[in-house]
Design a protein around this ligand. Structure first.
Ligand SMILES: [Fe+2]
Ligand SMILES: [Fe+2]
Length: 141
């Protein structure tokens, strides 16, 4: 779930993280409702995929702008995650949006994003945003 704890101080990236995690939370809630249609799962998964692609492109463009030293490693993390999520998505389509498969996928997505933002995206946090704040992120110096 999104919370202020996940802010890194780069406006566009923070906005995308928030939108992604709110979309996934909405999906999670809808899974608890037996009246949710498979069409909803399908369109929400499509929407999530588009958000993820846009988001990874934004971050990878940002690496160049700030001269991020872990750009290659970070891009590799995005790539392997995307492959894993795509395999899962194929399974979901094959099972005609089985709610159990959908639940496992959404849980995996939320866990991966939360952990990735905390441990990896934070390394590109804007030091200006954090100056004067109590908590200092682990940004690259
Ligand atoms: Fe991110
Ligand atoms: Fe990232």
């Amino acid at each position: 779930m999104w919370s202020e704890e996940l802010l890194i101080g780069v406006e566009e990236i923070d906005r995308q993280h928030r939108e992604l995690l709110l979309t996934l939370s909405g999906f999670m809630e809808a899974l608890g409702n037996p009246q949710t249609s498979r069409e909803y799962y399908r369109t929400t998964m499509e929407q999530t995929k588009a958000l993820v692609i846009e988001h990874f492109n934004t971050e990878e463009k940002h690496f160049g702008e700030i001269g991020f030293t872990e750009a290659e490693y970070h891009t590799e993390l995005h790539k392997s995650f995307f492959e894993k999520a795509t395999d899962f998505d194929i399974e979901l389509i094959k099972t005609d949006y089985d709610p159990e498969v959908a639940l496992r996928l959404v849980e995996m997505l939320i866990a991966w994003f939360t952990e990735h933002i905390r441990c990896e995206d934070r390394k590109m946090a804007d030091p200006v945003f954090w100056s004067g704040r109590e908590e200092t992120p682990r940004f690259q110096l």
